[in-house]
Design a binder for this molecule. Structure first.
Ligand SMILES: [Zn+2]
Ligand SMILES: [Zn+2]
Length: 552
């Protein structure tokens, strides 16, 4: 189990204890342990293997026991006890953004509210606004937050679904042969949010597959004709097995949107019979269009005109842009991050720790920037065939300015400008704030343009066309933040950016060595948007990237 997950469970126990109003010492012990593990560069399991778990600062007697239990059974005694003492609906309230244990305690103990549904009703009745310390604004936010949570039930991130789907596919292929089973649906289309994991399975193998699934002890949900749905314990979503006569012929219809089919039909009637999906495109005299692009967003017209792009691949990424080190809130040292990038075959690292306004993330003061720059110079002299560029993820302040003076900004090779605070803005305010940052002559890349967190936070509303136009006018690259929880810029806007000649940087925003691999999710999302390597900033080789830096 990874450190993040362990820390999350420890933090959950602390939160629930706070909701219940338990002893403060115990709560702070769990909070401390969660923080310690979250920022650890090495997997906790390694400490356990070496018998030095107790040496991690912040891990003591009872929390040490908890960590060991988590590794063994994915939960621990104190957590199980506290979970059994608080209604499930109350526990769910902790999932709301911006609602901490103190507020949840108030809803539960003082107001007698025991579920999200009841809380929503209390908002509608304006009861929350009348409570001391809440007010109309908090009430409105809670109402929105509950609506958001409800609308996202039964959905998970692509990055969470894909590895499990691939594991199932592999096992099933092993069981009944490669040609008799195939992932289809949203996963095959590389959708950023998944509601269902779907497989096409050869009908003749039904009995064999059903027996295999039964062994796995997963709960059957529904059976309709040849479609079997199962509830996956670790997910909020279901797995669908679609038994068909011919896997190859069904592949097209199960991994294509109706909008794409409608686009094809403008070119003439679709053939009723075909043996493989490539035959459909051949019928229309079109090049093959991959499932990721079958969205009905003009891809057929492009294909017809011979303008279908050769999509970017993970191997096209030559440098890592946007990563954090222990200088701010990253888990690994600058040196280790650089060496890891080099080992993975990248030619450069654009290290961009947090800036001073991001105090919660240990953002860098002017003095610490100097220290970091000295270390970068030293490392660049030591590490051959690789380069670390001096960057910073500068906070875009409320008025659109960046949080350093020009004399500091000019010491960097590359400024990434991002919004991290005061996220509640209307479109007009967000546009003004972002455009001012884009017009700052030091800004080279606009970081995660909307601040969204998929399935958790909508992000502030922006007028995408205006923002992209401003980037075009100021020669600023837009980030596609590759963290699977962000994928921001949304791939649906890549087309517009390309039309305006704005380059996209596929940035992992890595907070650890492991996080560098998130580049993959960014690339898969970018493929949906039709991105090709020539318009991806970090496709540039080291020399070309240096030229790009020098060009502004
Ligand atoms: Zn950021
Ligand atoms: Zn970042």
């Amino acid at each position: 189990m990874d450190n993040k997950k362990i820390a999350k469970l420890l933090k959950l126990a602390a939160d629930l204890m706070e909701v219940k109003g338990e002893n403060g010492f115990k709560i702070s012990a769990y909070q401390r342990a969660a923080r310690a593990i979250e920022t650890l560069g090495t997997p906790v399991e390694e400490y356990v293997r070496k018998g030095i778990l107790g040496e991690i600062q912040g891990i003591g007697g009872s929390t040490k026991k908890a960590v060991l239990q988590i590794l063994e059974k994915e939960t621990f005694d104190d957590l199980e006890i506290i979970q059994s003492e608080i209604p499930l609906g109350v526990q769910e309230m902790l999932k709301m953004k911006g609602i901490g244990p103190k507020k949840v305690q108030h809803f539960w103990i003082s107001m007698g509210i025991e579920s999200l549904g009841e809380l929503y009703y209390a908002c509608i009745e304006n009861r929350l606004a009348q409570e001391k310390g809440f007010g109309k604004k908090t009430q409105d936010n809670i109402q929105l937050s509950i609506e958001f949570l409800e609308s996202n039930k039964g959905k998970i991130h692509f990055a969470k679904a894909l590895p499990v789907a691939e594991m199932w596919e592999k096992e099933l292929q092993h069981l009944i042969g490669t040609e008799n089973v195939q992932i289809t649906g949203e996963i095959r289309r590389q959708c950023e949010i998944i509601t269902q994991v779907e497989f096409l399975v050869q009908n003749a193998k039904q009995a064999q597959v059903l027996a295999f699934v039964q062994q796995k002890n997963i709960e059957k949900e529904t059976i309709q004709d040849n479609i079997f749905c199962y509830k996956m314990a670790e997910w909020a979503i279901s797995m669908k097995l679609i038994f068909v006569e011919n896997v190859a012929t069904e592949l097209f219809h199960t991994s294509t949107t109706s909008e794409h089919i409608a686009e094809l039909q403008t070119l003439g009637e679709m053939p009723a019979h075909f043996s493989e999906e490539k035959d459909i495109y051949a019928h229309y005299q079109l090049p093959f269009i991959v499932p990721a692009m079958r969205e009905g967003r003009g891809e057929v017209t492009k294909a017809k005109a011979g303008n279908l792009p050769t999509l970017i691949e993970v191997a096209d990424i030559k440098g890592v842009i946007h990563a954090h080190s222990t200088y701010s809130d990253g888990a690994n040292s600058l040196k280790d991050m650089a060496l890891a990038c080099k080992k993975m075959g990248y030619e450069y690292l654009v290290i961009s720790d947090h800036s001073k306004a991001a105090f919660y993330a240990n953002g860098l003061s002017e003095g610490r920037i100097e220290v970091q720059h000295q270390e970068i110079d030293k490392l660049n002299a030591q590490i051959a065939d690789f380069h670390i560029f001096k960057s910073i993820e500068a906070d875009i302040l409320n008025d659109g300015s960046l949080d350093y003076e020009a004399e500091t900004l000019q010491t960097f090779d590359c400024i990434i400008a991002s919004v991290h605070s005061n996220l509640r803005m209307d479109t007009e305010k967000a546009n003004i704030r972002l455009i001012k940052a884009i017009e700052n002559p030091f800004t080279r890349i606009l970081g995660h343009p909307t601040g969204r967190l998929l399935l958790a936070r909508n992000g502030y509303p922006i007028d995408h066309e205006k923002i992209i136009d401003a980037c075009a006018a100021n020669n600023v690259v837009i980030e596609l933040n590759a963290n699977p929880h962000r994928l921001d810029l949304d791939w649906r806007w890549i087309d517009y950016a390309l039309a305006k000649n704005v380059m996209i940087a596929i940035d992992p925003d890595a907070h650890s060595i492991e996080g560098i691999n998130d580049i993959r999710w960014g690339v898969l999302a970018a493929q949906k948007g039709g991105l090709y390597k020539e318009m991806c900033l970090n496709h540039k080789r080291l020399g070309e990237f240096k030229q790009w830096l020098a060009a502004k």
